[in-house]
Design a protein around this ligand. Structure first.
Ligand SMILES: [Zn+2]
Length: 432
């Protein structure tokens, strides 16, 4: 057995208490072997965590990592206009190589901000999978389907691609990659394709992930056309199962919250994207009280504009209090839970908790910073005060991905240079 010891840290436990302990990892299985004082003596490799908080690696429950190439390309518009006027034309020009380079840039940013797992929806997914394999993190990947504006043949081909990708890549990268069938949303995929393909995904044991109730403009057409709320429509199409998860859930009514809770379908809350696109305030306090599993996601870098889950945590708390008109809503503990176990549970991963036998996925946060002093309450600091740049080390599946801010699995400078070049060429092609 090859072992890694994370030494002398303050360890955040699943019940959100903090204990001074070492963490011993079996690198062959990628699991935590023991959490206790003085475990470092015989370890093959050590990571110093003195003056630091050892937390579960953050789980980004909804992202489009390759969209980093479009960071700052188009801002300050509502979702509809932003997608149709700027994002979709640019994405139409993206080559497989662009997606590869953008994904590498996004994964670099995730690792540097302590994220060890991501659920990603995009196209040219084999390129995203290759980038994930090299970067060393966990991912639940899928091809996003859009059928509006396509003829039947092209629409069916898109849905078929999503199904095939999900089948082919499930379990790739030594099990670090899992997959989902990913219709983009309930308004951008025709009901006939949902009726045909959702049962096929179900048969193959593949979960379903989609954007739902993100804006009012996504709710109204479904109510008008089908006489149902979007999540009632989703349930009728077999898209509300315990293994499924939806992104956003901003405009949900009480009946839909009840449906989510009864079904056990997770919701990934993306507060920064919702605020930036003025999509609205998701009622996450009410969802949590109703028993819905809520996680956090950054969404793509073009609507955020960074991929830091610590920013997302803070935004979730602030926006959640405003949405509930209650300062006690979405407290620090709730935020930290969503950041780690909530997201992991929602997207169906075992990570998100530091305990014996759990996947060895960590972020180690440097507490010896002015903005993290004094250490009255480390859960509060994680929710409200810590920043991506405080992450010292990142470990996934028992492997050290970043040591003392140096990413070991990706060449940071080369990734940035390739991304700069690809983004510039892409913008030139689009703007013609
Ligand atoms: Zn999204």
């Amino acid at each position: 057995m090859t072992t890694l010891a994370i030494t002398d840290g303050q360890v955040l436990r699943p019940d959100l208490t903090v204990t001074a302990a070492d963490v011993l990892v079996d690198q062959d299985t990628g699991e935590i072997r023991e959490i206790a004082p003085e475990l470092a003596a015989d370890a093959d490799e050590t990571l110093d965590a003195a003056g630091s908080l050892v937390t579960p690696g953050f789980v980004n429950g909804h992202c489009h990592v390759a969209m980093t190439l479009l960071r700052g390309y188009a801002d300050d518009k509502p979702l509809d206009a932003w997608l149709q006027e700027d994002i979709w034309p640019a994405e139409g020009e993206m080559t497989p190589e662009d997606v590869r380079v953008g994904a590498e840039l996004g994964l670099l940013e995730l690792i540097k901000s302590g994220t060890t797992a991501v659920a990603d929806m995009y196209f040219h997914v084999p390129e995203v999978a290759a980038a994930v394999e090299n970067a060393g993190i966990r991912a639940r990947l899928g091809h996003g389907i859009v059928t509006v504006g396509k003829d039947d043949e092209a629409a069916r081909e898109d849905a078929q691609t999503s199904l095939e990708i999900a089948r082919e890549y499930d379990g790739a990268a030594d099990g670090r990659i899992s997959t989902a069938f990913k219709p983009h949303s309930l308004t951008t995929v025709g009901s006939e394709y949902l009726e045909e393909f959702i049962p096929k995904a179900r048969e193959a044991g593949i979960p379903v992930h989609y954007h739902a109730n993100e804006t009012e403009a996504e709710v109204t057409p479904i109510v008008e056309e089908h006489g149902q709320r979007p999540l009632e429509y989703a349930a009728e199409h077999g898209m509300l199962e315990p293994e499924d998860f939806v992104a956003h859930g901003v405009h949900v009514d009480d009946r839909e919250i009840e449906l989510l809770a009864e079904a056990g379908t997770g919701v990934i809350h993306c507060p920064a994207s919702n605020m930036k696109l003025a999509s609205g305030m998701a009622p996450i306090q009410r969802m949590r009280e109703a028993g819905v599993t809520v996680g956090l996601g950054t969404d793509g870098a073009a609507s955020n504009n960074d991929l830091s889950m610590l920013d997302e945590a803070r935004d979730a708390a602030m926006l959640g209090k405003l949405a509930a008109d209650d300062a006690s809503a979405v407290p620090a503990e709730a935020v930290v839970e969503m950041l780690t176990q909530g997201s992991a549970d929602a997207i169906g991963l075992e990570s998100g908790r530091l305990e014996e036998g759990a996947p060895a996925d960590f972020a180690v946060i440097d507490l010896e910073q002015p903005h993290l002093t004094p250490p009255h309450d480390l859960v509060s600091h994680l929710a409200y005060a810590a920043a991506a740049s405080d992450v010292r080390h990142t470990v996934c599946d028992g492997q050290v991905l970043m040591r003392d801010r140096e990413v070991l699995t990706l060449d940071e400078q080369a990734v940035r240079e390739r991304a700069l070049e690809a983004a510039e060429a892409l913008a030139a092609r689009v703007d013609g």
